[in-house]
Design a protein around this ligand. Structure first.
Ligand code: BT5
Length: 247
């Protein structure tokens, strides 16, 4: 299997604070490219910008992969986009066929002009040439197992397809889907994955740029990974950092 590097070494835990923290620790200790840390539950799962990732036990996927490549931190930063493509495809194959990508790092299931989040990605640079890529996927979680404010904007693959998902099989499919997209990104950068990212982009979704409150819809990616968003007046905004929210 040419892509079996991802998950070739696995550290499996019942519970931890955050698989990203464990993976960052192992990365510093020299863990091999492709090592993954997988936990059944997290007590302090993290999102970006200090946000939390609800991580109840026995139901979802929480994993962090160590990716080593001779690239600068700035070159590695857009890797989150490539990983999103693989996560989106695995989620679709498992039964949420309508799953799409919301920049920069969410997999969402559209509902009218809004959407519910099914997966998120948190890439953190672990020093020169090393990234820890954290992936959280709501596989079987039920709304009543999530904090109410999160449940209102979240869903799971099982909820969408109407029956439980085999978590072990999903994990294998996830690793098999994500590995080749990381390879492709490492070979060709954003240019090598942008068209495929755009093909899965939630183009109808109304988005609000957190920084200035402008709303619009995504129209594509710049070749540096920035999001191009068109507002109601037809003005194109480029978003390099920060966040876009679903209003
Ligand atoms: C993310 O951040 O979406 C990145 C999530 C990464 C989680 C994985 S799990 C394995 C690894 N270990 C970690 O500690 N983290 C990674 P962000 O775009 O900042 O989104 C966070 C927001 O998503 C929160 O503020 C909530 O609104 C929402 N949220 C939290 N938990 C959720 C869940 N289980 N399902 C859907 N939405 C959730």
């Amino acid at each position: 299997m040419p892509d079996a590097w991802l998950g070739s070494v696995r550290i499996e835990l019942e519970v931890c604070a955050s698989t990203n923290d464990i993976a960052l620790h192992h990365a510093k200790e020299g863990a091999a490219h492709g090592t993954v840390v997988i936990a059944d539950a997290q007590t302090a799962g993290r999102g970006r910008l200090g946000r939390t990732w609800a991580s109840p036990p026995g139901t979802n996927i929480y994993l962090s992969a160590i990716v080593r490549a001779k690239r600068t931190a700035a070159e590695l930063a857009p890797m989150t986009l490539a990983i999103g493509i693989g996560v989106c495809d695995a989620v679709r194959e498992a039964g949420a066929a309508g799953a799409t990508l919301k920049w920069p790092n969410d997999v969402v299931v559209p509902l009218g002009r809004g959407a519910k989040k099914v997966a998120g990605i948190l890439c953190e640079v672990a020093g020169d040439g090393c990234v820890v890529a954290g992936i959280g996927v709501n596989v079987n979680v039920r709304a009543n197992e999530l904090p109410a404010e999160i449940a209102a904007r979240a869903t799971s693959i099982a909820e969408v397809r109407g029956e439980p998902v085999d978590r072990e099989r999903f994990l294998e499919s996830l690793l098999a889907e994500v590995g080749p997209w990381i390879d492709r990104f490492l070979k060709g950068g954003v240019g090598a994955i942008a068209t495929e990212w755009e093909a899965r982009m939630a183009g109808d979704l109304l988005l609000r740029i957190e920084r200035d409150g402008v709303t619009g819809t995504a129209i594509g990616l710049d070749r540096d990974g920035a999001l191009k968003l068109r507002d109601a007046n037809g003005v194109i905004h480029r978003i390099h950092a920060g966040d876009v929210a679903i209003p």
